[in-house]
Design a protein. Sequence first.
Length: 267
Amino acid sequence: MDVICTSLQAQQEVGKLATKVQTILEGACYDFGQKRMQETLQEKGWDCPESVELNIWPNELRRHKQKLVPEDLEGIGKSFDDLLDSSCHLRHTAVHRLRVTAARVEQFMSDAEVLCRLMQDEQSAETVARMRRKMQACVEEIKRNKDLLESRLKAIRKDFLWQKAVLESREQAAIAQVFSEDQECQQAVGSDLECSVKMTRLDMVVCEPCVRNATAELAPHSCGPMLKDIENTEQFRHEEEKSNGENMLIANSSRPRSQSSAPSCML
């Protein structure tokens, strides 16, 4: 598992380590040049370690590869070119302050240690080795802490999933209960309405003969007085008309004859 140094302080410390290893490698390469490549140093005017950047040394070391111990080259565990490329990447990371993982810096240190031993600089190799071991211890501590945090987070997530399952089960049970109660309520209301309709129809069937019987029973008693009143009214009107006719006859008979014969004389 790779560990990424994400905090600003961690990145600054990693950058300092890369810069320190770069400086150590530049010094080791210059010391090797003074021992085995004096003509090149004099020709190019390199009179101190700071006068040559680390990315320049790989090409010079390739040109003078034969001046290295062959047995040492066979035991480095990787190709010589890959080892030199690693030093170039180290310098690029340190100069440009690139974001890099602690494991990557540890690999830079391991390659720098091997390169120092190839150039017979045991002091520089040991210095880089101490830095690498310290860096390795820090990485292991970060890994252990990260594993612990991941285990804790895994347990928390597992507990959350269990609680979520319980809540979902309760939710489904509550929904089912509400649905069941709603169905029971609808059935009860439907039954009540059905009973009400049946009772209404039964009342109508029972009450219709009663109404007819009651009407038949009440008809003679209620219509008798009314018919009697009508008969009395007709008799009174007949007697009144008869009386009026008699009065008119009496009036005509009591008139003078001159008045009654006048029309005939006039004719």
